[in-house]
Design a protein around this ligand. Structure first.
Ligand code: CTP
Length: 401
């Protein structure tokens, strides 16, 4: 059954800085500030030099009860005064220019200086024209920001201020509000906790130029690891080969074969509170691996395969009462039945059954998912892998308590 949306909870004792840079979307930042204030969050707006060309400071003074900061030296503030005790720093809208500065670590203006000094979650909401968004430099900068540990919301696709339609539109203020408030509420939930997340495919080599593998992209596992780390958990991400770059917030372990994943998972699980196994582990390996390339005329007609160990089942057999194990099951059909069967067989606390097929699931950014626990199921429908990661983190929190 689908769950009803949760009521909006007020947020107490939280203070954020809202960086507004020079984009037409700046007018939406006023609505965003209003929403934060309504939820009980203390907001200090910080204007870039060109922001007042797009929205008046008086609008923010009226909404937040504080003058926007426009000049660090002139206003008698220092970047350290502003960032001390700050719970989050939100930049909405973030132009290609401020994104480039942050990716390079430049601190030469109000917003970039505050980001450099901030010791709190930084949430960036890009807004720009589609060709700027997809430009090589911007895409590289965005990837750098993610790897540096900044959280990105949007952009979305739709009508753009320049009259074009496409990607680059700032995320809806309601979505930004939810992400920021969610982060304010969860930022230290997993402080002191240790997690292991596995991701991606494994490769089983026949020889140095041939291997057995699967289409897992690693997107779900990387998103889960990032989310657990954002909530304060010390997180190890064990990954097979993918095209993704891990967030700097996680400790990254690169492996190739199922055997290497098994060794690493066992070692790190020993002192972990939980392990989330999103990896698509190859069930089989070749009977032997040749150290030199086998010429095609020498390849046998049939090749013997051997079963790999079931890593999750092995961990399920040794886990303590306080450790939590979450599995994933990529299924083409019968998600619920397969979920319950694997949950019981591997002694798991929860399993996420996902729908895959040719062109569906693996490389996509969203996926159809069903949470399966011994006592119940929860249908998530089609969900972004990022939202799925957040849901898994919520469930993990409940399981740990
Ligand atoms: N898994 C594992 N070790 C394996 C195979 C799978 O730890 N050798 C884990 C996966 O990482 C996943 C869960 O078990 O979290 C379910 O994997 P899946 O491939 O769906 O199930 P299998 O048990 O391999 O069953 P089948 O392939 O027959 O569906």
């Amino acid at each position: 059954m689908r769950e009803a949306p949760r009521p909006k909870l007020p947020v107490t004792d939280k203070r954020i800085a809202l960086g507004v840079s020079g984009s037409i979307a700046a007018y939406k930042a006023a609505e965003l500030a209003r929403r934060f204030v309504k939820r009980g969050v203390e907001v200090q707006a910080v204007f870039s030099r060109s922001a007042p060309n797009f929205i008046g400071p008086a609008t923010f003074s009226g909404i937040t009860g504080r003058e926007p900061i426009r000049d660090l030296a002139g206003a008698g503030f220092t970047h350290l005064d502003i960032t001390r005790g700050l719970d989050a720093l939100v930049i909405a809208p973030a132009t290609a220019n401020i994104i480039a500065k942050l990716a390079a670590g430049i601190a030469d203006c109000t917003i970039s200086t505050i980001v450099a000094a901030a010791d709190c979650p930084v949430i960036i909401c890009p807004a720009m024209n589609e060709s700027m968004w997809f430009s090589g430099a911007n895409q590289r900068n965005i990837e750098t920001l993610r790897v540096l540990g900044y959280e990105l919301v949007g952009p979305g696709k739709g009508d753009l201020a320049c009259g074009d339609a496409g990607w680059g539109r700032m995320a809806d203020v309601a979505e930004i509000e939810e992400v920021v408030v969610g982060r304010l509420q969860t930022a230290d939930r997993f402080a002191g906790r240790r997690f292991v997340v596995t991701a991606g495919p494994t490769r089983e080599y026949l020889d140095p130029v041939r291997f057995l593998s699967n289409p897992a992209s690693g997107k779900t596992g990387y998103a889960v690891a990032e989310e657990l780390a954002r909530r304060g958990g010390e997180t190890v991400l064990i990954s097979g080969p993918t095209h993704l770059r891990p967030s700097g917030l996680v400790r990254f372990v690169q492996i190739e074969t199922a055997e290497q994943m098994r060794d690493s998972a066992k070692r790190h699980f020993a002192d972990a509170d939980a392990l989330v196994m999103t990896a698509a582990v190859s069930d089989h390996r070749f009977g032997s691996t040749a150290s030199a390339k086998i010429e095609k005329d020498s390849l046998p007609e049939s090749i013997q395969l051997e079963r790999n160990a079931d890593i999750l089942a092995e961990l399920g057999a040794i886990k303590t009462d306080t450790q939590v194990l979450i599995g994933f099951a990529a299924q083409t059909e019968g998600l619920a039945a397969a979920g319950h069967r694997k949950l019981a067989a591997k002694n798991l606390d929860m399993i996420v059954a996902t729908k895959v097929g040719f062109g569906e699931g693996f490389a996509a950014d969203d996926i159809e998912a069903l949470l399966v626990r011994a006592e119940d199921e929860r249908e998530l429908g089609r969900i972004s892998k990022r939202a799925l990661a957040s849901t898994v983190a919520d469930e993990l929190e409940a399981l740990l308590s």
